[in-house]
Design a protein around this ligand. Structure first.
Ligand code: AKG
Length: 265
């Protein structure tokens, strides 16, 4: 992690890392997502999607560029500094959203959430939990909508008061900012940050791609329907497979004292 990245991540709760994917990677990812996406009836907040929200899972079964992104050096350099030296990839999925779609309401926003939702700095070292990489497969301007957050909210010790939430967490409200992203970049943000997505406003849909990382000793989502299947695992390197290991830190199976051998060996 560069000093600039550390400064920006600590200040804002997110950092935009440029040039992670090439134009060809982005176009290939969009093609595969478009071929495999299915319409959602409801958004994650329970709004009627009305044909404006789609999703695609099982991304690793479609090969590249999804596989190489698992442990992309530019991402691992940041993630291993802010989460821990050994990482798990809990979840990878795509949401495709069309112009005028319902928003993804703001969530997160204070560091009282223990292991998965924490943020502190000690001895020059950032410590956080569940962390998201949001890949930009196209150029995104602020006025397009998309990923939005309250910069700095990851350091708040207080949750937003329930009766102020509507005003203070409103998209286009006083605190929430849309984050522009150049094509091929990756925005790394802690789930402790108050964040969501504003209604998409561009004629071309937003092809969102999200990977969620945690410490290899921690877990947030139930992994039963999130782990890649054998066909996908077979396309990965040994190191990449370890990103899907069961969460444990020490004294694992067969007296392994480090969680650095793939569960699938
Ligand atoms: O759609 C977005 O950009 C926001 C994603 C999000 O809120 C999340 O991953 O928790």
């Amino acid at each position: 992690m560069t000093e600039r990245e550390r400064y920006l991540f600590d200040l804002q709760g997110f950092v935009v890392v440029e040039d992670v994917l090439s134009d060809t990677d982005c176009d290939q990812a969009i093609d595969k997502i478009t071929t495999n996406m299915t319409p959602m009836e409801k958004t994650p907040d329970g709004y009627d999607a009305n044909g404006t929200w789609y999703n695609a899972g099982s991304l690793f079964n479609y090969g590249q560029p999804f596989i190489d992104l698992i442990d992309h050096p530019k991402l691992v350099s940041v993630l291993s500094d802010i989460i821990g030296p050994m990482l798990r990839l809990e979840s990878a999925y795509s949401f495709v959203r069309y112009k005028g779609c319902p928003p993804f309401e703001m969530h997160g926003g204070h560091r009282g959430g223990r292991v998965n939702f924490r943020y502190y700095v000690q001895n020059n070292q950032i410590h956080t939990g569940l962390t998201v990489v949001a890949f930009a497969l196209q150029d995104i301007a602020g006025e397009d909508g998309g990923f939005a957050c309250i910069p700095g909210s990851h350091k708040s010790d207080f949750a937003v008061p329930a009766d102020e939430r509507k005003e203070l967490f409103a998209h286009n409200g006083p605190l929430v900012q849309n984050v522009p992203m150049p094509k091929g970049s990756a925005t790394i943000f802690t789930e402790t940050l108050a964040h969501g997505a504003a209604s998409w406003q561009h004629e071309t849909p937003r092809y969102g791609l999200f990977y969620k990382y945690n410490d290899r000793a921690a877990i947030y989502h139930d992994q039963n329907d999130r782990r890649p299947d054998k066909a996908a695992i077979d396309m990965m390197t040994k190191e990449q497979r370890c990103y899907f290991n069961t969460a444990w830190q020490a004294f694992g199976p067969e007296r392994r004292n480090r969680n650095d051998v793939p569960d699938w060996e």
